[in-house]
Design a protein around this ligand. Structure first.
Ligand code: HEC
Length: 185
């Protein structure tokens, strides 16, 4: 749990530096999702908005760097979950930590995509079409948020089969967004 708190703190700091006001609601929303009600409803938490204010220069570079780190953390959590999903007796303590992180992060994702942080601004895998079709990008972020909440709810309930099914579903929401909005390596 200690690691989760540290990571959540890091993403909070990022939110504060990259997106301003709208992001301030995200930590509270993540907390609300920890309550029984939030977990049962799934994705009761508010989804951050895409920032409307464009970044440039140093602040754009910093936001892009932080976004990369943010996704790397999410990716690392998913590696843990991938291994667990293939195990007959997964380490549910590790699973719970990773799913809690994924759910908390899922509330913040759109806030990482300020205008001015696309391919024109430097090295990034974020495609320019994100800012050309924000409604669809938001819909894909919402699908991920809903799936991540269900994933965490199954894990926290020690529902191993439910966790495995929800893991596959959640992975599908990552892929759906990457297929359209992330540049292939
Ligand atoms: C709504 C869209 C969206 C969803 C949902 C999404 N991603 Fe991504 N992801 C992106 C974009 C865009 C990038 C490129 C970011 C960049 O390079 O700045 C990215 C980058 C990454 C990276 C590479 C980090 C980097 O910057 O090189 C990893 C790892 C990753 N995502 C994992 C995941 C996982 C795991 C999930 C689901 C649990 C997920 N993503 C869900 C849009 C999404």
């Amino acid at each position: 749990m200690r690691k989760f708190v540290l990571l959540a703190g890091a993403s909070l700091a990022l939110a504060a530096c990259s997106a301003g006001e709208e992001e301030a609601a995200a930590p509270a929303a993540a907390e609300a999702a920890d309550t029984e009600e939030g977990a049962a409803e799934g994705a009761a938490a508010e989804l951050a908005a895409m920032p409307t204010e464009a970044l440039s220069g140093e602040s754009a570079a910093m936001a892009m760097h932080d976004r990369h780190e943010w996704f790397e953390e999410l990716g690392d959590a998913f590696k843990v979950l991938m291994r667990a999903s293939k195990s007959d007796a997964p380490d549910m303590a590790a699973v719970k930590e990773a799913t809690a992180l994924a759910e908390a992060k899922s509330n913040d994702l759109p806030g990482l995509f300020a205008p001015g942080t696309g391919p024109d601004a430097g090295k990034t895998e974020a495609k320019a079409n994100i800012w050309e079709s924000p409604d669809d990008f938001m819909a894909k972020a919402k699908d991920f948020q809903v799936a991540a909440a269900a994933l965490n709810a199954a894990a926290q309930a020690d529902d191993v089969d439910g966790f495995k099914a929800a893991f596959g579903k959640t992975g599908g929401t990552c892929k759906a967004c990457h297929d359209t909005y992330r540049e292939e390596d």
